[in-house]
Design a protein around this ligand. Structure first.
Ligand SMILES: *[C@@H]1O[C@H](CO)[C@@H](O)[C@H](O)[C@H]1NC(C)=O
Ligand SMILES: *[C@@H]1O[C@H](CO)[C@@H](O)[C@H](O)[C@H]1NC(C)=O
Ligand SMILES: *[C@@H]1O[C@H](CO)[C@@H](O)[C@H](O)[C@H]1NC(C)=O
Ligand SMILES: *[C@@H]1O[C@H](CO)[C@@H](O)[C@H](O)[C@H]1NC(C)=O
Ligand SMILES: *[C@@H]1O[C@H](CO)[C@@H](O)[C@H](O)[C@H]1NC(C)=O
Ligand SMILES: *[C@@H]1O[C@H](CO)[C@@H](O)[C@H](O)[C@H]1NC(C)=O
Ligand SMILES: *[C@@H]1O[C@H](CO)[C@@H](O)[C@H](O)[C@H]1NC(C)=O
Ligand SMILES: *[C@@H]1O[C@H](CO)[C@@H](O)[C@H](O)[C@H]1NC(C)=O
Ligand SMILES: *[C@@H]1O[C@H](CO)[C@@H](O)[C@H](O)[C@H]1NC(C)=O
Ligand SMILES: *[C@@H]1O[C@H](CO)[C@@H](O)[C@H](O)[C@H]1NC(C)=O
Ligand SMILES: *[C@@H]1O[C@H](CO)[C@@H](O)[C@H](O)[C@H]1NC(C)=O
Length: 426
């Protein structure tokens, strides 16, 4: 267990003051409740790949309002039809067994829940008030046929494995999520929800790469905690999408990802995006494109963009802290841009981003970069100085491979007075 040995090493250097400050944060927790009639509904799978969704739905109704639905350990359940569990109230879902979604991509494309934002769709929805999901079970998205299909047709809507939708209070603890067709977690229209102890993994076994396998995407949600989790994926480890507020992310081990990421934001001219009060602490980031990232689009609906389409949306990003990051072979330790999706620097200046970035802190970064960006460790590029205020970096001790020479820090159109790194402009 390389990871265990390494993490005990890094704990020794973790800033104690920060650790104790974090302990005093108020984590959103479900309020205590007494179970109504305290019913327990224990399910038996039909077996042979037959659809268990109707039985799970029936049990959820029967044991709603204070009860518990158990999918026992050692049993394999199959979900082959859409399952809406957003009506739950004070229910525990003990998922100790294994849940596998059927691989019928034709059926799911016509029958999954469509969630509009970025064409998100899913096999099932979990929500309600104080829904607590736990039990050490495995949730398997059977992603392979989706990876293969998507390689042939990029318009295919690939379901997200685990969607928390419209939840108030509640938690997901001690679960393994594997082989998601797309993002692993999406939480939308929710508040006060805690993820604790999730193990996320899965990759393609064919030559068709599993794409967009974000660990988490948070959208239109407030008071979300993500902690004590291990993520092996190929896109953002955690991503704060429009209207993510009061978010705590801590104690994560991420491998192969695109980092802890604000955005992208400001992509759509008609929308106003907010990401505010986000605290990320004690993140181990390995073999990733980025450690900490903030990406917002420029202020032009980029008809001129050569690459990605978007930009022109307004809004703000405020009070974001990335604290205590242990980096192992990441391309950029820090990447902040107000010119996302745009290679043309002059266009970026001509059409400055309408997203204002304020109070962004990068503190206590340790480790190494991969050398993909040669000597560059950090890149902070604003479209105009006035749209980036109070950007701070301190105690950044990250080294790029020696063969590229002295580590470089690019700071462009940004006030450098709180950037305690040896900035050069470019
Ligand atoms: C459940 O599925 C797992 C993984 O596919 C398999 O190893 C196991 O034998 C199955 N158990 C039962 C009881 O069918
Ligand atoms: C889908 O799963 C069934 C068994 O449930 C299997 O026979 C079939 O080969 C799988 N199809 C694909 C495309 O993976
Ligand atoms: C969806 O259903 C329609 C009508 O039943 C069918 O023609 C179509 O092929 C289905 N789509 C997919 C992707 O299977
Ligand atoms: C959503 O799907 C539509 C139609 O398939 C496509 O034109 C659009 O680009 C997709 N949007 C995103 C954000 O993927
Ligand atoms: C999610 O919230 C938005 C904004 O309030 C609303 O338009 C949408 O209908 C909500 N979805 C559900 C299912 O609650
Ligand atoms: C985000 O919040 C702002 C301010 O309340 C609102 O104008 C905007 O419509 C929200 N965006 C989404 C995607 O809900
Ligand atoms: C930091 O996170 C690691 C897991 O990546 C965990 O083992 C360790 O205990 C955490 N350290 C602190 C100070 O919380
Ligand atoms: C970690 O990520 C790297 C880069 O994507 C990958 O090559 C490696 O296989 C991953 N490690 C594991 C154990 O999945
Ligand atoms: C900044 O965000 C953190 C994390 O949500 C929060 O604890 C803190 O109170 C916020 N600070 C201000 C000044 O709002
Ligand atoms: C960059 O944008 C400017 C301003 O719109 C334009 O004049 C120029 O041709 C663009 N350059 C390239 C390489 O696209
Ligand atoms: C930076 O890290 C290196 C290696 O981890 C260590 O030797 C050095 O003392 C650190 N420098 C500072 C200024 O903390």
């Amino acid at each position: 267990m390389l990871f265990k040995a390494w993490s005990s090493l890094v704990v020794a250097v973790a800033s104690l003051s920060v650790a104790s400050a974090l302990r005093h944060h108020h984590y959103p927790q479900r309020p205590p409740y007494t179970r109504g009639h305290g019913k327990t509904c224990t399910l038996t799978p039909k077996g042979h790949g037959a659809d268990d969704a109707p039985n799970i739905l029936a049990a959820a109704h029967k044991c709603n309002n204070g009860g518990k639905v158990v999918l026992p350990a050692g049993k394999n359940f199959t979900i082959g039809s859409p399952l809406d569990l957003t009506f739950l109230k004070n229910v525990d879902l003990e998922f100790a067994g294994r849940i596998t979604f059927t691989n019928d991509t034709d059926f799911w494309q016509n029958n999954s829940y469509y969630l509009t934002y970025q064409n998100a769709s899913t096999f099932w929805l979990i929500g309600g008030e104080n829904t607590n999901i736990y039990g050490g079970g495995v949730i398997d998205g059977n992603g392979q046929p989706w990876y293969d299909l998507y390689a042939k047709n990029p318009l295919v809507l690939r379901p997200i494995l685990f969607v928390i939708y419209g939840a108030r209070g509640g938690s997901a603890k001690d679960l393994s999520l594997i082989n998601s067709p797309q993002w692993f977690n999406f939480i939308a229209n929710s508040s006060d929800f805690v993820y604790d102890g999730l193990h996320i993994a899965g990759k393609s076994v064919s030559s068709n790469v599993a794409k967009n396998t974000d660990g988490w995407d948070i959208y239109r949600s407030d008071g979300i905690t993500i902690t004590n989790s291990v993520i092996y994926n190929g896109d953002d480890c955690v991503s704060f999408k429009p209207n993510s507020t009061n978010i705590y992310v801590s104690n994560l081990y991420c491998n192969g990802s695109h980092g802890i990421s604000v955005g992208s934001l400001g992509q759509y001219p008609a929308e106003y995006d907010i990401v505010e009060n986000v605290y990320s602490y004690n993140i181990s980031m390995n073999y990733a494109s980025d450690g900490a990232r903030v990406k917002v689009w420029p202020g032009n609906a980029a008809a001129m963009s050569t690459d990605l389409q978007g930009g022109g949306g307004a809004g703000y990003v405020k009070n974001i802290t990335f604290d205590t990051f242990y980096l192992n072979s990441v391309d950029y330790a820090i990447e902040l841009t107000q010119c996302y999706g745009q290679n043309n620097a002059s266009l970026c200046v001509q059409a400055p981003s309408k997203m204002k970035l304020t109070d962004i802190n990068f503190n206590n970064f340790y480790g190494t970069t991969s050398g993909v960006r040669k000597a560059v460790v950090a890149t902070i590029i604003c479209s105009v100085e006035s749209m980036c205020s109070n950007i701070e970096a301190s105690n950044i001790n990250v080294t790029s491979p020696a063969k590229y020479g002295t580590s470089q820090y690019i700071c462009t159109r940004v006030d450098t007075s709180d950037l305690h790194i040896p900035c050069t402009s470019s």
